[in-house]
Design a protein around this ligand. Structure first.
Ligand code: NAP
Length: 302
């Protein structure tokens, strides 16, 4: 029987409706969630990404700020803008669109974002929080993958999950999230010989490589859940993932399509982290005012 599709578009819509409800409550309490998106340069793909993020903010009732700068913006000027946004109480999340022009050090920029506003979850401190099981912001793509797995009702406890890829933004945090969910986790990468030896043992496979047909039907255990993070182009120029979808769907129990799987979830989880950030700020304010959580902190007193 062919695998059931895990529909990232539908799950995103569901989660965004929930986020909009939380945003409305926050706005009523004088704490409308706010996201700042910074774009440096004119990279066409980045322009589309930031436009989509800002539009998504509007759709769920967030305040958003899009700051666009010429490619020759100095690193010092960018760091100064981040510092200002760190101190802006209307902003709960800061996202700097990558890649940055070559003269700007991306690590310095990411580390300049206050951890409490690092809704991309890319900073070293956010990564440390994930390693230490502390509440922090999880990188959006692996966080979205976890929601997709969760949506199938599958219990990861004691199951074997194999992650293909070990990037700081996808593979490694993905493995940590699966570990937190009590899976036994194997991480494979470009130096892993005989990838299929590992994937054939997996109850769940997450492919985050960036090379199509990395995972084929003969490499998948019957009934496994397959999450395809990859974004590649096939010979006809059509978007495709890392998984040979046509073959693997005949073996797996659940599979994400590309497009329409992990992709839509990434922006949704950015919104989720931002609403969460605003809720934390409101919670702290209510604590300071000595009010029970969730109570309207008298608009105008903030
Ligand atoms: P990345 O930084 O290039 O990392 C790719 C990983 O794949 C590396 O760890 C690499 O191993 C490993 N790898 C390469 N060839 C391999 C092979 N033959 N066998 C096993 N592992 C191999 O990429 P990324 O940023 O993690 O992204 C991965 C893919 O996900 C890309 O297609 C990207 O476009 C896509 N993506 C999609 C979304 C979304 O929203 N849908 C978001 C982020 C990324 P080494 O470490 O040994 O080099």
């Amino acid at each position: 029987m062919p695998a059931q599709l895990i529909d990232g578009v539908q799950l995103s819509q569901q989660l965004r409706a929930e986020i909009a409800g939380r945003a409305a409550k926050l706005a009523a309490a004088g704490q409308q969630p706010g996201l700042a998106v910074i774009l440096v340069g004119e990279d066409p793909a980045s322009q589309v990404y930031v436009r989509n993020k800002v539009k998504a903010c509007g759709d769920v009732g967030f305040h958003s700020v899009l700051e666009k700068y010429d490619a020759d913006l100095s690193e010092a000027a960018l760091l100064a803008r981040i510092d200002a946004l760190n101190n802006d109480s209307a902003i709960h999340g800061i996202l700097v669109q990558m890649p940055l022009p070559r003269h700007i050090n991306p690590s310095r920029v990411i580390e300049a974002i206050a951890t409490a506003k690092d809704v991309d979850g890319y900073s070293v401190l956010s990564a440390g929080e994930l390693v230490a099981n502390l509440p922090g912001f999880r990188p959006c793509t692996p966080y979205g993958c976890m929601k997709l797995i969760e949506s199938t009702g599958y219990d990861l406890r004691g199951k074997h999950a194999v992650v293909i890829g070990r990037s700081n933004t996808v593979g490694k945090p993905m493995a940590l999230l699966l570990l937190q969910a009590n899976a036994t986790v194997t991480i494979c990468h470009s130096a892993t010989p005989n990838l299929g030896v590992y994937t054939r043992q997996a109850d769940v496979v997450v492919a985050a490589v960036g090379r199509r047909n990395t995972l084929t039907a003969d490499m998948v255990k019957p009934g496994a859940i397959v999450i395809d993070v990859g974004m590649n182009r096939d010979d006809a120029g059509k978007l495709c993932g890392d998984v040979d979808f046509a073959g693997v769907k005949e073996v797996a129990s659940h599979i994400t399509p590309v497009p329409g799987g992990v992709g839509p979830m990434t922006i949704t989880m950015l919104l989720m982290n931002t609403v969460e950030s605003a809720e934390r700020v409101l919670g702290k304010r209510q604590e300071q005012l000595g009010q029970p959580a969730g109570m309207d902190p008298r608009p105008g007193t903030a």
